[in-house]
Design a protein around this ligand. Structure first.
Ligand code: CA
Length: 226
């Protein structure tokens, strides 16, 4: 990534057991100015991702020793949040969901064009590198972003995707009050929802969480009750 007057080198770890694919990835990435390190099996890839100082990991799913799923799951469980782009020959919707559930940031199915891979990789590198906690807990509520699960007093609660996203924003902001506009932007994004939709979803959340865990702060927004 080059900016005026300075050069900052991005380090990418490629974990791929097919020699031809690994070679092509390395050659392409080096040509684009990346520093590339390569490992050919799951355990070696996991170690390199743990201890190497990488800006991103390209991780194959089917690997000798440990699958890519296990590698990314282990990294996230250890609190390592290096962006991971998973690469796989499998293209079932189920596998994709698995990869993302285990904490991968993006997923690409073989065969793919190198141009697409580069675009997705650069998108990951532009993201905020701030570490994300493995678990968000406020009072009795716990939310795990990696496994997308929520518990209240240890009891699992089933939430729809928007409800989950809304709760996640409120927990991340705690103890700050979050305005309706901010919640619309973060949870609904480009869908540009009516700010009143937030009220409706807060209502759903209150019902599912079972107690008035979410406070309305008149004129300001919402917060998780301290
Ligand atoms: Ca493979």
């Amino acid at each position: 990534m080059r900016t005026r007057g300075m050069v900052s080198v991005m380090r990418v770890l490629v974990v791929e057991d097919e020699p031809g694919m690994a070679r092509a990835l390395r050659r392409g990435l080096v040509a684009e100015g990346f520093v590339v390190d390569h490992r050919a099996d799951g355990p070696a890839g996991l170690d390199a991702a743990r201890f190497g100082d990488f800006d991103a990991v390209l991780l194959d799913v089917m690997l000798p020793g440990l699958s890519g799923y296990t590698v990314v799951k282990t990294l996230r469980a250890e609190g390592i949040w290096t962006p991971v782009l998973m690469i796989s020959a499998k293209d079932g919707e189920y596998d994709q969901a698995d990869g993302l559930d285990y904490g991968a940031d993006d997923y690409l199915v073989k065969p793919f064009s190198f141009v697409v891979l580069l675009a997705r990789l650069r998108a990951l590198l532009r993201r905020d590198p701030a570490p994300r906690p493995t678990q968000l807990t406020v009072g009795a509520i716990s939310l795990d972003p990696a496994s997308r699960s929520v518990t209240v007093e240890g009891e699992p609660i089933g939430l729809a995707p928007r409800e989950f996203a809304l709760l996640e924003e409120l927990l991340r902001a705690h103890p700050r009050v979050v305005s309706k506009d901010e919640l619309v932007e973060r949870v609904w994004g480009d869908d540009a929802a009516d700010p009143n939709v937030v009220e409706v979803y807060v209502g759903y959340l209150r019902r599912k969480l079972g107690r008035p865990h979410i406070e309305t702060v008149r004129g300001a927004g919402y917060r998780v009750a301290p």
